[in-house]
Design a protein around this ligand. Structure first.
Ligand SMILES: *Cc1c(COP(=O)(O)O)cnc(C)c1O
Length: 230
């Protein structure tokens, strides 16, 4: 269990993020209920997730399979929707689909194939690469339409929308505008229900809200610095 002072600090940071979301939503003439706050808890212990649940957080994001699996097992029975947001190896995909309710990082046909055929239906977001740099995950925008069709042809995946990370060193708002444009031009014509946009992190979530985010993945602004992530 974490100490009282830490819990007070966590509650304070969470309240500040919620206020920041409400402000950004108001500035964009959007209702805060349209936005799902996903608390990203990677590198933090299960006890911190438990504290967040006590503070009313029910959506939790993790990016490493083993760590996520262990926390989901330890916290089984709590009202948590688990979001897998990290790059995913095809050989780990089926294991992730056992505990994850939403996978945000679908980015290639091989991964979709690895998730096909299982009984449990998982919500799926296609991650789009906005950086053009290898190794950061995400499908190239030119290949998005083919991947959308592939996911739609896979009964164990329920396509919900797009996920993206703003490129390092670039301005986030134009990057998020590009995701929104891809959603409108490529995703929605093929899958009208796939309206989710998982964009926005600790440092850029107001821009994401301005560009139509539905899901915000916020780590350090809520949890403080990660223990061993540097
Ligand atoms: C860690 C992580 C986040 C949260 O980042 P913060 O800057 O701590 O808010 C969001 N999305 C992904 C994919 C991540 O890996």
């Amino acid at each position: 269990m974490s100490g009282d002072a830490e819990q007070t600090e966590l509650a304070r940071r969470l309240a500040a993020v919620r206020a920041g979301i409400a402000d950004a939503a108001a500035a964009a003439s959007r209702r805060p209920e349209e936005l799902t706050l996903i608390a990203v808890t990677k590198f933090h212990p299960a006890s911190l997730v438990r504290d967040l649940v006590a503070l009313g957080v029910h959506d939790v994001g993790e990016n490493r399979h083993q760590e996520a699996q262990a926390k989901a097992a330890e916290l089984e029975g709590l009202p948590i929707t688990w979001h897998f947001i990290g790059q995913l190896q095809s050989k780990k995909a089926r294991q992730v689909a056992r505990y994850a309710d939403v996978i945000h990082s679908i980015d290639r046909a091989g991964l979709v194939d690895a998730l096909a055929g299982q009984e449990r239906v998982v919500d799926a977001l296609i991650q789009v690469d906005l950086s053009g740099e290898p190794g950061r995950g995400g499908v190239a925008p030119e290949e998005l339409d083919a991947l959308v069709e592939h996911v739609l042809a896979t009964p164990s995946l329920r396509l919900r929308g797009l996920m993206a990370v703003a490129p390092l060193g670039g301005l986030p708002r134009p990057a998020f505008a590009r995701v929104r444009d891809l959603s409108e031009r490529v995703v929605l014509p093929a899958a009208p229900g796939a309206t989710w946009l998982s964009i926005g992190m600790s440092h850029d979530y107001p821009d994401a809200i301005a560009e139509g985010a539905t899901h915000l993945r916020i780590g350090t602004a809520i949890t403080g610095n990660r223990p061993d992530a540097g």
